[in-house]
Design a binder for this molecule. Structure first.
Ligand SMILES: Nc1ncnc2c1ncn2[C@@H]1O[C@H](COP(=O)(O)OP(=O)(O)OP(=O)(O)O)[C@@H](O)[C@H]1O
Ligand SMILES: [Mg+2]
Length: 141
């Protein structure tokens, strides 16, 4: 590795551009072979960094929420639970209740999926990068 590469790598790491730091050499070789313009090469690096940072920020939100289990809406079988209004739950998943600062409370007998749905909405909020979703174990478990 040349001094230039090492210096560049350090600057990128200092700037928290970890993905760019990890891939810029390999991508430079590929770009040269493919005859990419400087702009296309830079675009590729920045897009990779954006994807990487986006995923990390969502994962960080999910970790911070400390859900007791990871349950998603996609894992919920509405056919097993006909008393749950699928249309209404899918509406809740648009998170309009957060904008309106409304509470969602699931009530029902044990084991019917109340916690599952509460976590699923929380995960949707993490993906939507919403702040202010409070998963309340006392109310949701
Ligand atoms: N319709 C469903 N589709 C998929 N999984 C379900 C469904 N209903 C319940 N489950 C699963 O069954 C288990 C129990 O559900 P959950 O913990 O959400 O129930 P609960 O209503 O919160 O019960 P409790 O009142 O005891 O807290 C979980 O693993 C959940 O993922
Ligand atoms: Mg529960």
């Amino acid at each position: 590795m040349t001094d230039n590469y090492q210096t560049l790598k350090k600057h990128l790491t200092d700037l928290s551009l970890k993905k760019v730091a990890a891939i810029f050499e390999e991508e430079a070789t590929k770009a040269a072979k493919a005859g990419l313009s400087y702009t296309d090469y830079l675009k590729k690096l920045i897009e990779e960094e954006v994807v990487n940072k986006t995923d990390r920020s969502i994962n960080a939100k999910i970790a911070k929420a400390r859900f007791p289990q990871l349950k998603t809406l996609e894992m919920f079988e509405f056919s097993f639970q006909p008393s749950v209004d699928e249309k209404y739950i899918r509406e809740l998943a648009h998170l309009g209740f957060l904008e309106k600062a409304e509470n969602v409370v699931f009530l029902g007998p044990p084991g019917v999926g109340k916690t599952h749905l509460a976590i699923a909405l929380g995960i949707k909020a993490c993906f939507a990068k919403k702040k202010g979703f409070v998963y309340d174990c006392l109310r949701a478990c």
